[in-house]
Structure formats: structure tokens, C-alpha cells
Design a protein around this ligand. Sequence first.
Ligand code: RP5
Length: 181
Amino acid sequence: ECEAKLQYILGQSTENTTNKKSPEVGIIMGSDSDLPVMSQACKILERFDVPFEVTIVSAHRTPQRMFTYAHDAHQRGIKVIIAGAGGAAHLPGMVAAMTPLPVIGVPVKGSTLDGVDSLYSIVQMPRGIPVASVAINNSTNAAILAVRMLGISNPKYIADMKSFMEVQEEEVIQKAAILEK
Ligand code: RP5
């Protein structure tokens, strides 16, 4: 569904599959080439039934669009921003500089430097402007963290997160039991 949304945004589809509810999470990425990584975050938010929006915002190619997005996001009801970028990954930090919302950065692995360049670009923020970073390419964790943040004011997300963790735990225990046989 994430890809369908992007197809719509990019004008390659006429079917608007964008969430009807007001989005609570904004997923942005520097390029459509980040989509295979960032679509994992979409899947998690869909699983938890969190309304979200997804789009492309490039710090370098569309600086004005980045400014508008970051500046307006909280006024539109967004509560958490997940920003994925690779290489000189300035998007999460620049967005954090222009929004009071929590920003979770996803370092996207490019074709060189194994994503360490993206990771360093995202985590080395100056004092006063924090960006939370997950592991390289781990947009799954970015979305899980976003759900936990939203859970502070929504007991449903807390309950669903507890169930999610219990399922994970049970899966590991079952695999261990098979190995131990
Ligand atoms: C970054 O540059 C994007 O986030 C992407 O990870 C990287 C490469 O972008 P493309 O050249 O593939 O569009 O801004």
C-alpha cells in the first residue's frame, strides 16, 4: 500500500489510497530510491492501524518543500516524523531544526560506504536539536518507536504494542523449542 501511495503522489496512478483519517505519523524520504527500505515502516504502521502519510521530501533537491513540510507538520496534526535518507543524509536533522515534533531518522544504505555515511550524518546532531536514529535500513524500528511514542497518549497503541511483543516472544520460544528437540 505504501508503494501505491507513492505512485499516486508521483502522479503515476489516479487511485488515491492515502489514509482517510488525519495522519499522526509523517513518513518522508529523500528519494524514491529509499522506498524499498522505508516501505517497511509503512507496513508496521498499517499493522498497528496508525494513520500516516508518506511522501518524498529532499533536503537538497527540494529545500523549499522540506521547509514547508517541517514548518507545517505539527499544525496539520502530525505527531511524529520518520525521515529516511541516504548518503549526506541531512533530511532528518534539517527537519528537526524546523519542527517541535520528535523526528526519527532512518539511515538508508547507499551503494557505497555501507550506510555508515548516512548513520553518521543523522546521529551527529548538535546540542539542542535531537534526532532519534535507528539502525541502518531499519525503518521497521522507526515505526515501532513511533507507535510507542504515540502510546504515551493512546492506551490502544500501548495494548497493541504489548500484544506485538508477546507474539514476538512466543515466536522465539517456539523456535527455541524446535531446536532443543
Ligand atoms: C538521498 O540521496 C536520498 O535519501 C537517497 O538515499 C540518496 C540517493 O538518492 P537518489 O540519487 O537515488 O535519488 O538524498
